[in-house]
Design a protein around this ligand. Sequence first.
Ligand code: ZN
Length: 236
Amino acid sequence: MANELDVVSSNDTALATDKPAFSLKSLNLSQKCPAVVVAPTGSKLSRFAFPKVKFEEGRRCRISILTEDVIMLKLHYHPEVGSIICDGGACCKYCDKVSIKYCYPCVMYETDNAGRCVSTKVEPKLLVLGGEMYDQISLLSEIGGSITNMDLLFSCTSTQYQKCQVTQAGAAQWMNNEATAKFVSEYMASNGSKVMDAIGRTYTAEELAAKIGDPNAPIADQKCLSAEDIGSVFNV
Ligand SMILES: [Zn+2]
């Protein structure tokens, strides 16, 4: 019986219309296949455990950074491969341009357009910053003595280039709600290792050769994007 669909007989609408309704709960799908998630309709599954934060003009984001230390990396963009984290190896033979990124695991609050919280819900995300926004964060960290004990408001000034004005917005609110704090702690414990998934990865010379072709082809023959193009790619 446990393997069959449940008829939800307590549903008044179903009784009134004689329409049978079913639930997935009794199938124990997640138990049989841990990669499967059963949730109420309206819930969404994201491709990455920490999707990149995307800023939008006219909408303020309220964010709390989760780590005092920062992930620093160099990033290429190749149109056929996507983002490539630079290891100074074969990647540099295919792409001459490189941009420097600073990344933090963070939580984004559910807010209105002005950045005011509308619930206690938070979404774990990856904050990917260029030098200019990182300087603003560094300054706030220096003034406050810590970057993780505060909420930050990001007021986007350019959707295209993902530029924001960053201001401090009081103490970190997610810590004040017991359920939210528990969710964030557990999420970081079980998904922390996937924090970089959304930004790209490094590739061996063999992998790049298989994907793109001859690594000795002159750079001029390869399509590489400028820093501005990379900015707009982050925006997609
Ligand atoms: Zn490289």
